[in-house]
Design a protein around this ligand. Sequence first.
Ligand code: CA2
Length: 149
Amino acid sequence: MPRLVYVLNGPNLNLLGKRQPHIYGHETLADVERDCTALAAELGLEIRFLQSNWEGQIVDWIHEAREAAAGIVINPGALTHTSVAVLDALNAFDGTVIEVHISNVHKRESFRHHSYVSLRADGVIAGCGAQGYGFGLRRVAAVAAAGKA
Ligand code: CA2
């Protein structure tokens, strides 16, 4: 049975590819989902690819993942820099957590340099564009395979 991975996207990521392409690129979130689904199949993973503009919905999905998933790949959007609630939810999740940012947050405004989510994340990927999601999935698959060996 394929291992389940939640791929969670926070506020405004539904606008990907539609605004600010100089920062976030031209790929839409639907493009990212398609690429992640194809890669997941290669890696023997099943994904639930989700986006919400609501903090509580992201928290609920993290709780749902506790019951079912080997890992979470999360781009929390601006919740990265503000949300203790998302951090607390991730702290209650036992699997692998990979934090992804499309842009290099460390090259940007100073308020983007701090991440609550990084206090829990096992790995952090930033500035690799939408490719970062694929790197995150590969990492979850590698950690799961190492655990099985
Ligand atoms: O670089 C990233 O992936 C971010 O997580 C994106 C967040 C930002 O608040 C973080 O600091 C870094 C913003 C997501 C908004 O995405 C948009 C995409 C296109 C147009 C407007 C917003």
